[in-house]
Design a protein around this ligand. Structure first.
Ligand SMILES: N=CN[C@@H](CCC(=O)O)C(=O)O
Ligand SMILES: [Zn+2]
Length: 423
């Protein structure tokens, strides 16, 4: 059955329809992050894959009773509906796993020690280079199923485990195929500057030349990425190199993002502000001045609390960022080293528990502001007439409970473009 021929879906008696709708366009800051546009006793009519109408169940019965027989009716008594979650920072296309590094870290090794000794990103790079496209596709597709079961309907995915022309393109082509075949929408980011590969050790400038002169043009030529990212970190790419790579990408039409101030303060926030990045991600060690630079330039802070937890680091300063007027998004950072998780609901719980964000701020950060970090807020991230019908039905009475009870998957049903894909 094509999308055109689908029966309409009518969700009724929703305890809270959490729309995130607002007059405000663009990323939300400060108090705006708490405005959830809740309709108590809500109802949604979905038709042709889009949100056709919303209101209270009482209003919607008056409007749609005569068409009730055409529709598949869902009774959502005692449950809430939110926009599909959006994960704006993942490394979900990877091969193998790194549990031995987890044990090494438990015994005292640091993330950077392991990477500098040829593990970490380099270990996953060896895997990606060795595995076939088909194998990587199948492994990632199973991971995407789990994301979907946990309420994620769109995610960003970075390359950065190929670290040579062929294998970076291989990773990005897998993303394109997954985007076509899997219900989850994938927004691709080129992260060729994730590490200096082992064969260029001691020669970063030669690798940067390859990224700028060969990889970026090839990625753009095949239209394989929307964003460009760089791991701006002590012992990886310094601020000047990071800026050069991001500007080269920007000049070819890619939108900059940056791994900023994750392990050490490394001027990442300033680079983000200078190049006009859409987001600066991690920010565990950002300085007060760095926060101000982000606020002044409207860069979105994408915070990754599971990474801080997993690496045993202090969480990012979400409160200071929000108070300074920086829009905040949150993400899993799904990767095999510093955050092997697929759970945005866990990230939302931890945004509250570790970073003292309120449930409302957390939900905004995982939906609307996350959509802004991917520049797709015109079609997803909130429940508004005409937007894509990407919705989650949660088995909780109110949105606070979603954040309050943790370690449980509250997802009951998920619709992607108006098609039920979970439940
Ligand atoms: N910090 C750099 N990149 C990832 C980790 C990648 C890996 O360890 O494989 C991150 O965002 O945490
Ligand atoms: Zn990352």
């Amino acid at each position: 059955m094509t999308e055109r021929q689908q029966r309409p879906i009518w969700i009724q008696n929703i305890s809270q329809l959490v729309t995130l709708a607002s007059e405000k366009k663009g990323p939300r800051i400060r108090e705006e992050m708490k405005e959830l546009g809740i309709i108590e006793g809500g109802s949604v009519w979905i038709e042709d894959g889009v949100i056709h109408d919303i209101g209270t169940t009482r209003e919607m019965i008056l409007k749609y009773l005569s068409r009730a027989e055409e529709a598949d009716i869902v009774d959502a008594t005692g449950k809430i509906v939110t926009p599909g979650l959006i994960d704006p920072h993942t490394h979900v296309v990877f091969g193998g796993s790194r549990e031995h590094e987890f044990e090494m870290r438990l015994e005292g090794a640091s993330y950077m020690d392991i990477m500098n000794a040829g593990g970490g990103i380099h270990a996953t790079t060896r895997k990606i280079r060795a595995l076939s496209e088909e194998h990587i596709f199948n492994q990632t597709s199973r991971r995407l199923d789990l994301f979907l079961q946990h309420g994620v309907t769109t995610l960003e995915s970075k390359s950065g485990y190929g670290l040579d022309l062929d294998n970076e393109l291989k990773q990005l082509r897998v993303m394109r195929k997954l985007h076509e075949k899997h219900p989850i929408d994938i927004v691709p980011t080129f992260l060729g500057a994730h590490a200096v590969p082992e064969e260029y050790r001691g020669n970063p400038e030669h690798y940067i030349k390859l990224v700028i002169e060969e990889m970026i043009p090839a990625v753009v030529e095949e239209d394989l990425a929307k964003f460009i990212d760089v791991f701006c970190e002590v012992d990886v790419f310094n601020p000047e190199q990071s800026e050069r790579i991001l500007v080269a990408g920007k000049n070819k039409g890619l939108i900059p993002k940056i791994h900023a101030d994750e392990i050490a303060e490394n001027q990442g926030a300033f680079v983000a502000a200078k190049v006009g990045a859409i987001s600066a991600d991690h920010l565990l060690k950002v300085s007060d001045e760095g926060i101000q630079a982000l606020a002044n330039s409207g860069v979105i802070a994408c915070l990754l609390p599971t990474t801080a937890l997993y690496l045993g680091e202090k969480p990012a300063r979400a409160r200071d960022l929000i108070d300074a007027g920086v829009p905040v998004a949150i993400s899993t950072d799904c990767n095999p080293g510093s955050s092997p998780t697929i759970s945005m609901p866990l990230v939302m719980n931890l945004a509250c528990i570790m970073m003292k964000m309120t449930p409302a701020e957390s939900l905004c950060a995982a939906t609307y502001n996350a959509a802004c970090a991917l520049q797709i807020e015109d079609r997803v991230g909130s429940i508004e007439v005409g937007k894509q019908a990407d919705l989650v039905l949660w088995d909780v009475h109110n949105h606070q409970k979603l954040h309050y009870i943790f370690g449980v998957n509250h997802v009951k049903k998920v619709w992607k473009k108006g098609v039920k894909v979970v439940g």
